[in-house]
Design a protein around this ligand. Sequence first.
Ligand code: CA
Length: 228
Amino acid sequence: MSTQPHVLVVEDEPAIREILAYNLEAEGCRVSTAADGEEALLLVAEDTPDVIVLDWMLPRVTGIEVCRRLKMDTATRSVAIIMLSARTEEIDRVRGLETGADDYVTKPYSMSEMMARVRSQLRRVRPTSVGQVLAYDDILLDAETHRVTRNGASLKLGPTEFRLLSTLMEKPGRVWSRDQLLDRVWGRDIYVDTRTVDVHVGRLRKVLTAGGGGDPVRTVRGAGYALG
Ligand code: CA
């Protein structure tokens, strides 16, 4: 399911990588793994995750460098990065380097602590994936119960329109290209024509405006769609 949060684990020690992946999958995440910084950058370019658990000491390209590059690139800047390091002094150094990491964890850490850190980042970058209620203007969307209301009235949305609306509501104002919406709403393994996005946006608009409210979905010519 594309509503599953996507976490990338970058760690060169196979045992640590596997246990992290195992625990994240148990938390309901879709997990990708990379064994070095170069592989991590390639994976991010191909399939951008929501959160990256990034080890500092990595072969080829270090965690610090990976972090710096991702935070400099507008396409990947919003990905949450949790840096892992062996000692607190290292963490202090990483912080001092202003890599832009969103959180720092010192090894050894407990798995429950790590999962809490990941959840906390997901709440920020991907609120619907952890069951938050989203609000935009007079529209409320409960990701857990799949209930959507506008001005208090319940709206009946199909599953695709629901995912489309939750994606748009996660970041009001952000312009999503049709390809980005396809990845997020339909999933990247499914072949769907980009015009399908227009069809479903049309359906979503119809439901949203049925009660007389204005159309909150904006068409950005040549770019895609945004909320507000
Ligand atoms: Ca390492």
